[in-house]
Design a protein around this ligand. Structure first.
Ligand code: G1P
Length: 295
């Protein structure tokens, strides 16, 4: 049973400046809900009960978002705005805990995860990179829930992958499967190798790692022994490679849609989808889109 999830949120978000100057990029909204809340909801839907934020002093708004705002709640109660009050109270359902640890220096994704070592302890855990949204709308089970179940059954590391356009392989970690290149949605297969951001002619497939991992606690020892790699940062992919050699790992192919909210177009795409689906403004938004003049 995977109970804990690590969400690295210490990054500066330079790709979203000036929006991310005073507001964490994870607090940018899809209509009216911050991106980070979507990711936390995804973790909770997969059975996670402890969310571990690896954060930075400049990003307090994220911790505040998951804390109780007593004054605001009190005010809404006094004014009888019960629906809004319930919206606030449902941000974090009963039984879910949010813990935060600081990553004072930006020494890489691997380093960020290592910062959560004491809080995770000696148990398997999930990692969710909040730049990526995994959308399992109307599906019976989320992809993260399926990955957790597969880990419970096999004890093997699960790494979420999605097929990306060939031109984009140099923006992701790319996996080579032990056998062939076919992987159906919802299926897990053994990985032969992982290459971080390869050039197109060096990419063994177009199956890209898209920000969800289910890992054994052994990864912490491997991360602690990992030397700085690409960009002089401690790379998660390097420690995963060591884990792969030692114990094996599987690529799990996503069934839902993924949106890369770490880039502007991906963020706009996610906004579009969530806007059209929104119970309050969805119909109006669709009408607005239909009325747009052709340019
Ligand atoms: C990280 C990982 C990479 C993965 C990507 C997914 O890279 O190192 O393997 O494909 O996240 O979003 P980053 O985007 O932090 O450079």
């Amino acid at each position: 049973m995977i109970r804990k999830a690590v969400l690295p949120v210490a990054g500066l978000g330079t790709r979203f400046l000036p929006a991310s100057k005073a507001i964490p990029k994870e607090m940018l909204t899809l209509v009216d809900k911050p991106v980070i809340q979507h990711v936390v909801e995804e973790a909770i839907a997969a059975g996670i009960t402890e969310i571990i934020l690896v954060t930075h002093g400049a990003k307090k708004a994220i911790e505040d978002h998951f804390d109780v705002n007593y004054e605001l709640e009190n005010e809404l109660e006094q004014r009888g705005k019960i629906a809004l009050l319930n919206v606030l109270r449902s941000i974090l359902p009963a039984g879910i805990r949010v813990v935060s640890v600081r990553q004072g220096r930006a020494l890489g994704l691997g380093h960020a995860i290592l910062c959560a070592r004491e809080v995770v302890g000696n148990e398997p855990f999930a990692v969710l990179l909040p730049d990526v949204l995994v959308d399992n709308f109307n599906q019976p089970q989320t992809d993260l829930a399926c990955m957790n179940q597969r880990f419970d059954k096999t004890g093997l590391t699960q790494i979420l992958v999605d097929a990306v356009l060939k031109e984009r392989v140099d923006q992701y970690g790319i996996v080579a499967l032990k056998e062939g290149t076919d992987l159906a949605a919802g299926e897990s297969k053994p990985i032969k190798a992982m290459i971080e951001k390869p050039a197109l002619d060096k990419a063994p497939s177009n199956l890209a790692i898209v920000g969800r991992y289910v890992l054994p606690p052994r990864i912490f020892e491997l991360l602690a022994a990992t030397k700085p790699g690409a960009g002089n940062e401690i790379q998660l992919t390097d420690a995963l490679d060591a884990l792969l050699q030692e114990a094996g790992a599987e690529a799990y192919r996503v069934q839902g849609e993924t949106y890369d909210c770490g880039n502007k177009l991906g963020y706009l795409h996610a906004t579009l989808v969530h806007g059209l689906r929104h119970p309050e403004v969805g119909d109006g938004f669709r009408a607005l889109i239909n009325q747009l003049p052709e340019t």
